[in-house]
Design a protein around this ligand. Structure first.
Ligand SMILES: Cc1cc2nc3c(=O)[nH]c(=O)nc-3n(C[C@H](O)[C@H](O)[C@H](O)COP(=O)(O)OP(=O)(O)OC[C@H]3O[C@@H](n4cnc5c(N)ncnc54)[C@H](O)[C@@H]3O)c2cc1C
Length: 428
């Protein structure tokens, strides 16, 4: 076989792509496989905090998954990632308290790697794939895909052309623009109606001690608000930069590192847009730019005490006096109320108040609320089979295509696509 011709080309090296590559090499070792990534190392959550959730529905897009299907694949994900599952304590107490305020606490099997150790995990996975004969091209951007009768053609860097029997596209959430272009060029129908909008909360560990019992507690509140991505130990809020604005996110180092006694987590509201507004992505861009404008080019932060009194926070109060702490991500002190749509803020605040009755202390006046934390999902392709196939030779998987919302779900969606390819005889 010529070196520019492969049975399967996988675009991306994130968890969705890895899930597909591992399954294909296990089931069909003779397939020639090429993975292409524009980054120097596979990115996203695997490279960051790398919390792994092994309980449905966490990390899965429920519209495409049944519990049964997720539970069939999660053990296969676990086999590859070899997580050290964390022990949880006092769950019944938290669960009862949540029930009393109309919230649900999910009991999730969880593991946490930490930003400092995640590179080692990635190295092990990539070495294993190299040992199975998978070729990897890093720092190479895929710029186009074409489909023909005999196969598909993938363009790299605008000029280099590679051919494949089947192409799996797994570009993650940030690959939105690329995915959109490909769907339009190839005439793949899509829908776009979901966006998660919310805040990141940062507080002292003593104000949110539940994390000593449960690393990333998953609370679901009314009005589609949920806690997401909790970090503690040595935890930091970070910026995620986009073209014309920044969003906030969070991560933590492994337990081997000494702590800073802070916790951060997101509180997100899922918004399902209805006719005539259909683009969740457009709404996310609009909200991101609005926050950028109001924050003078940066996200906003406000102390809970100021928010309660209806006044903006000022930079001098972000100190570490006796009752306070410094922000790990100093952005613009201001007023969230000017940037967050009222309905979203109302539902998030209601959820925070409930959380404060479950874990008293989280609404301490010094607690910081950062905005915007937004999870964008690309326009979702219309799948033509249960394996996330979108056309005869093309599969679209992972967070970008909306089949997952986390590392384990993304990996599982890769396995599902690989199963489709295996069933079709190896080349889609
Ligand atoms: C800071 C941060 C922390 C997170 N922490 C967690 C966590 O702790 N736990 C959790 O479950 N989830 C976490 N997530 C979410 C998690 O990263 C995603 O759910 C998961 O990585 C999705 O996997 P994916 O394979 O779909 O996409 P990604 O992991 O995003 O991988 C997509 C890959 O495709 C590449 N790519 C994109 N476009 C192209 C192109 N045109 N050509 C070539 N390559 C391309 C990208 O460079 C990237 O490496 C976090 C996300 C972020 C940003």
């Amino acid at each position: 076989m010529a070196s520019d011709q492969y049975d399967v080309i996988i675009i991306g090296t994130g968890p969705a792509a890895l899930g597909a590559a591992f399954h294909l090499t296990e089931q069909r070792p003779s397939l020639s496989i090429l993975m292409i990534d524009k980054a120097p190392v596979c990115s996203g959550g695997l490279l960051n905090d790398c919390k792994q959730n092994y309980t449905f529905p966490i990390g899965f897009a429920e519209e495409y998954w049944t519990r049964e299907e997720a539970e069939r694949l999660l053990p296969l994900v676990e086999e590859r990632l070899r997580p050290a599952i964390k022990e949880q304590k006092n769950l019944e107490t938290y669960r009862r308290r949540a029930e009393r305020v109309g919230a649900i606490l999910y009991d999730v099997r969880q593991a946490h790697v930490g930003t400092d150790r995640s590179r080692l995990l990635i190295r092990r996975l990539m070495d294993e794939l190299a040992g199975r004969g998978v070729r990897v091209m890093l720092e190479c951007e895929v710029t186009g895909i074409r489909e023909g009768d005999g196969g598909a053609e993938v363009t790299v860097g605008g000029t280099e052309r590679l051919r494949a029997g089947t192409v799996i596209v797994a570009p993650g959430r940030r690959g939105f623009g690329f995915l959109q272009r490909i769907m339009e060029q190839l005439g793949i129908p899509y829908i776009d109606n979901i966006v998660d909008v919310g805040i990141r909360v940062e507080t002292r560990l003593d104000n949110y001690p539940i994390v000593r019992d449960y690393y990333d507690p998953k609370f679901y509140f009314p009005e589609r608000v949920r806690t997401f991505c909790t970090n503690s130990g040595h935890a930091r809020v970070v910026l995620e930069r986009y073209e014309d604005f920044s969003l906030v996110n969070g991560h933590a180092l492994s337990e081997e590192k000494s702590g800073n006694d802070l916790v951060n987590f997101a509180l997100l509201k899922t918004i399902g847009l209805k006719d005539p507004v259909r683009s969740g992505h457009q709404m996310a861009l609009f909200l991101g730019r609005l926050a950028h404008e109001i924050g003078g080019g940066r996200p906003l932060m406000q102390r809970v005490g100021d928010f309660r009194m209806g006044r903006r926070s000022s930079a001098e109060t972000f100190n570490d006096d006796l009752y306070s702490f410094r922000p790990t991500c100093p952005v613009t002190a201001g007023d969230l109320g000017l940037a967050v749509p009222a309905k979203i803020m109302r539902h998030i605040w209601a959820a925070l108040k409930k959380l404060d009755t479950i874990v008293p202390g989280v609404l301490h006046p010094s607690t910081i609320m950062y905005y915007p934390e937004i999870k964008m999902y690309a326009n979702k392709p219309t799948f033509i089979d249960p394996h996330f196939r979108v056309s005869p030779r093309l599969y679209m998987i992972g967070d970008g295509a909306g089949t997952s919302r986390g590392i384990t779900g993304a990996w599982a969606s890769g396995i599902r696509a690989a199963e489709g390819i295996v069933r079709a005889g190896g080349q889609g």
